[in-house]
Design a protein around this ligand. Structure first.
Ligand SMILES: Cc1cc2nc3c(=O)[nH]c(=O)nc-3n(C[C@H](O)[C@H](O)[C@H](O)COP(=O)(O)OP(=O)(O)OC[C@H]3O[C@@H](n4cnc5c(N)ncnc54)[C@H](O)[C@@H]3O)c2cc1C
Length: 443
């Protein structure tokens, strides 16, 4: 459609340029809808972004994508084309514990098609006894293929019948990694949904994808560059302070101007939605629900070493949770190794220096490391909402639109945990809902 076509006359604002907002804006722009993006920060990406500090750039936190992230991977492929293998490294499922740990587990995808590859992988795993392996295969068969947990069940209740070591070595670490919520509080329904999407469709769904460019460059920056190239506007360092419901659309207030739009997508974190909706009638229940949400933090300890760690061997290792749960390593262009230690659902009281020291001491149990050349702790206090049965139930009943305002963001797809994939799905869904409404609106 040319400039001046019906769709281009329809003005849509997207508030927030995290992965949800970027996916929404790109979907609208590709359908020739005129879109303006407002992002409060200087760098786009939200909770999955590049940080520029102390003459370095690094991610706010290590992220991994799964082969099951159909929508995120499709969008990334459409943006990076033939270079997609350079921006995401695909690894077959591998859960390997750092070597020094007393009960090392090594689990890899086994032979055969899905879901047989999980069973053959479990049977060949190192660190589990035969009876533990058989009990785990039977449990996985039951929950992947037939049984559905009760909506109110926690992961601890779900895995209660599993041997203690299998719970501690496999399911509890997987739960906190996937849901960013400890097993005793995490939703069994969402956990099983993640396992089903990862192990049932095909072998590659359980692959792990490690970003090899920074998180902003992986999706939000190229997506928004295309949005601009298609004649639209992206405003960074631009905070939307309020929305006003008008007869014909929505007014959006920034520090220095008021802008009129036909429709708006709010793609901020859930904690920012209520304030934006303050002047909207009938939004009280939604605002109270979102204000009541509880969150889980994630801390990431970044270190740079000149020697002592092989980046290939340590690309992704499980740790014992004291304090780090996972280690990710990669070689930088300058030859150094960057090690990122992740602590999910991390409610620790340790101060920054202690945590960095304890993380280093933990790494030194497995590697002969010199003093780090650089270290940095980043704690995202509201990394994700807590994926508890009660919150999943609450979110699944919330509306996805109020008048001419639609919502996007990881909280809008509560059948999945708060992830890059739920953010992208929500952004695409919100944009599609607008696109599908257009013929009616413009007639
Ligand atoms: C440390 C960490 C590790 C994680 N690890 C993983 C992982 O391994 N795999 C995975 O899939 N997921 C992971 N996640 C979760 C994932 O990052 C989030 O689910 C996802 O990024 C949420 O995207 P979003 O677009 O919904 O929201 P956000 O990323 O929060 O984006 C919202 C945007 O809105 C902007 N904004 C807010 N208010 C305003 C306003 N008034 N005006 C203008 N702009 C505004 C914000 O600045 C932000 O850029 C992790 C999260 C963290 C923090």
């Amino acid at each position: 459609m040319q400039n001046g076509g019906l769709r281009l006359k329809h003005r849509v604002a997207v508030i927030g340029a995290g992965w949800a907002g970027a996916a929404a804006a790109l979907t609208l722009a590709r359908a020739d809808v005129a879109v303006t993006v407002f992002e409060a920060a200087k760098i786009v990406g939200g909770r999955a972004r590049r940080v520029e500090k102390t003459e370095r750039s690094f991610d706010n936190g290590q992220h991994i994508l799964l082969g099951a992230y159909d929508r995120s991977l499709a969008l990334i492929a459409s943006l990076h084309g033939e270079h997609v293998d350079h921006v995401l490294e695909r690894r077959s499922l591998s859960m390997r514990m750092a070597a020094h740990l007393p009960e090392p587990l090594v689990l890899r995808a086994g032979a055969g098609p899905a879901p047989l590859h999980l069973a053959t992988g479990l049977l060949a795993a190192r660190g589990l006894t035969i009876s533990e392996k058989v009990a785990t295969c039977l449990w996985a068969t039951k929950y992947l293929l037939c049984a559905r947990p009760a909506a109110s069940a926690t992961v601890s209740e779900l895995i209660n019948e599993q041997p203690r070591r299998v719970r501690a070595l496999l399911w509890e670490p997987l739960c906190v990694a996937a849901l960013n919520t400890p097993a005793e509080r995490a939703s069994a329904g969402v956990f099983i949904e993640v396992l089903r999407r990862s192990f049932l469709p095909n072998r590659s769904a359980s692959d792990m994808m490690l970003p090899r460019v920074d998180l902003s460059a992986l999706l939000p920056e190229p997506a928004l560059a295309e949005v601009v190239a298609r004649g639209n506007t992206v405003l960074t360092s631009s905070v939307v302070m309020a929305l006003r419901n008008e007869d014909a659309g929505v007014s959006l207030v920034t520090r220095d101007a008021e802008h009129a739009f036909d429709q708006v997508i709010i793609a901020t974190g859930p904690q920012h939605v209520a304030r934006l909706l303050e002047s909207f009638e009938h939004s009280q229940l939604l605002r109270h629900a979102l204000e009541s949400l509880q969150y889980e933090p994630i801390s990431t300890l970044h270190y740079e070493f000149s020697a002592g760690m092989d980046a290939t061997d340590a690309a992704m290792l499980m740790l014992d949770g004291a304090p780090g749960q996972w280690l990710f390593a990669q070689r930088l262009p300058n030859g150094r190794v960057r090690a990122s230690v992740v602590i999910s659902a991390h409610h620790r009281a340790d101060d920054e220096a202690d945590l960095l020291r304890n993380g280093l001491a933990q790494l030194r149990q497995s590697f002969a490391l010199p003093e780090p050349i650089w270290s940095q702790l980043i704690t995202e206090k509201r990394a994700t909402y807590s994926c508890t049965p009660a919150q999943v139930e609450l979110l699944s009943h919330l509306p996805r639109a109020v008048g001419a305002v639609r919502f996007a963001g990881d909280w809008c797809v509560p059948e999945l945990p708060a992830t890059l994939e739920s953010a992208v799905i929500s952004g695409e869904r919100a944009a599609q809902a607008i696109i599908q409404s257009l013929p009616k609106l413009t007639n």
